[in-house]
Design a protein around this ligand. Sequence first.
Ligand code: GLR
Length: 305
Amino acid sequence: MQYTPQDLKQVMSSGLLSFPVTDFDAHGEFNAASYAARLEWLAPYGASALFAAGGTGEYFSLYGEEYGQIIRTAVETCRGKVPIIAGAGGPTRTAIAHAQEAERLGAHGILLLPHYLTEAGQEGLIAHVEQVCKSVQFGVIVYNRDRTRFTPESLTILAERCPNLIGFKDGMGNIELMSSIYMKMGDRFAYLGGLPTAEVYAAAYKALGTPVYSSAVFNFIPKTAMQFYEAVRTDDMATQHRLLKQFFMPYLKIRNRVEGYGVSIIKAGARLVGHDAGPVRAPLSDLKPGEMDELKALIDALGPQ
Ligand SMILES: O=C([O-])C(=O)C[C@H](O)[C@@H](O)C(=O)[O-]
């Protein structure tokens, strides 16, 4: 089923969203069967949308035909179960090629991931996003992170020029900027809290007026991720604080040891709960055995998922 940009905006307006990891085999090749099994496992837990080949899905490490294989597997596996939003990014022409391929393969929209390496001014960023938006019919969500930082004024221009730009995902955590963007753009966009380990920011973003977030830990503790989301939705601070103290704070200590562990620790978690997605690709590195033991103890303490 095709989604209009407004349908996608509606999907993004409530519920918990998540970014599945991408499965690689022992040689580091994309493993479609294992990826499909992962999506089959995760789909019934109740996420409102899954982002295929997003940041946690190691979009930045994909090569050649793998992108199409991943999006096709996600769309075919999740058809009728949960919408698939595809990652797309890098240079403008690569982002356009991937956006168009995702649309052709039946994805329901794209998350436009940050461009690569270079600094860029607002004029260039506007041109980049505008060209990608105009290359497709379906909805586009921009990801505010790293060198891709939008001002409220740039977003106003983009919102006028690109009717299919329907979402803003924040991965920076600058409350002043997020507040200015929300105050200026209001319900023109759907907003997604997408900082690494978004649960830690969820209550603050909800207080700001933007309660929807994406959970990477959903990849290995889906029941707890949904429980935490429900606690945010109902302002159940006791449950939020219990889970933050018991799981998320010690989890952050492991995650913060090495740059890039934000993704590696998710694959580590998936392996520990019996849904191994294989190793991360360089330049990321996998957790060390002792760190795996620490993570296992945290997961075990949460009980069955
Ligand atoms: O691009 C990504 O994978 C993200 O940044 C989304 C993650 O799900 C993030 O929200 C998190 O780590 O909870």
